[in-house]
Design a protein around this ligand. Structure first.
Ligand SMILES: [Zn+2]
Length: 293
């Protein structure tokens, strides 16, 4: 490739043949040079089988599909996380503006870039697979921006469990939910739908009953109405595939003999994101001061 103002450069082709591109971009990041040719690929054609797939995105399982498959976005390994911490620690102990500090920060950036490109690769492969094998892909509608809002609050009213929420936010953002949805949409235009996310994890995919008690645990779903049991994420993916969720059904209460909308808010509610219990210690000082004369 002849780059104007530079010279002839060699590069490794990562595609079977040369792209028919008019423009290109050369980037240098984390010690690696890349050349990217700007080509808008043809959208992937529908499989024509009429297959509908529901994708339920979660933290434990990145994407649970309604056909029972559970796909996971690769995360940093324990060893890599330890390496990141090691280099951050070393950087903190070096003098300000030193060459050593720069080198340690470079090591951290390299590991984080590896994580990011691994995640991106997974999203690309998974979205291509979804666009290729199914006619219609349904995602539950998530507002990732609102979901990952910080819990820190203000100085006057500090939030609770701030560190736990920050950890959950990091876990949510590490899943690449947004990228998976966006790339599937770009590869299969007009074949991606959003389904309202309310109650998809509480609704029984067999009989449609919505109840909080059906969700036994993080992984287990047993319908209290019909006894249908399934993996909780798979059950949610079935609901997403069916385009169901939404409003809780009015239910028949014993004795009333008619259809009444329950006003109780105990059931038919989304499970709240994991509440990590940090018991608030009572301030013993104030108590004892009051009792001791
Ligand atoms: Zn049921």
């Amino acid at each position: 490739m002849r780059i104007p103002g530079c010279a002839w450069v060699r590069f490794r082709l990562t595609r079977p043949d040369l792209p028919r591109a008019k423009t290109f971009r050369v980037t240098f990041r984390n010690g690696q040079w890349h050349i990217a040719f700007a080509v808008i690929p043809e959208p992937i054609g529908a499989s024509g089988t009429g297959g509908v797939i529901g994708v339920d995105r979660g933290v434990r399982i990145t994407a649970a599909l309604s056909d029972g498959r559970k796909l996971n976005c690769p995360q940093l390994t324990v060893r890599e996380r330890a390496q990141i911490r090691k280099h951050q620690r070393r950087a903190a102990r070096t003098p300000k503006g030193s060459e050593r500090k720069r080198a340690e920060h470079g090591q951290v950036a390299k590991l984080k870039a590896r994580d990011a490109s691994r995640c991106k690769d997974w999203c690309e492969k998974t979205s291509t697979m979804l666009a290729r094998s199914y006619d219609l892909v349904r995602f539950e509608k998530l507002n990732i921006k609102n979901m990952t809002a910080s819990a820190k609050g203000t100085i006057e009213q500090p939030g609770r469990n701030v560190r736990a929420k920050a950890g959950l936010n990091r876990a949510i953002l590490a899943q690449g939910w947004g990228l998976l949805r966006r790339r599937t949409q770009e590869k299969a235009p007009g074949r991606v739908e959003d389904v309202p996310a309310q109650y998809t994890s509480l609704r029984c995919s067999a009989c449609g009953w919505i109840e909080k008690n059906s969700r036994k645990s993080q992984a287990e779903f047993v319908c209290v109405s019909c006894g249908f049991s399934c993996n909780a994420d798979e059950n949610a993916a079935h609901n997403v595939a069916a385009g169901q969720g939404g409003i809780p059904r009015p239910r028949r209460t014993a004795g009333a003999g008619g259809v009444t909308v329950t006003t109780s808010r105990s059931s038919a509610r989304e499970p709240q994101p994991a509440r990590v219990g940090i018991p608030l210690l009572r301030k013993r000082g104030r108590m004892s001061r009051r009792t001791v004369p």
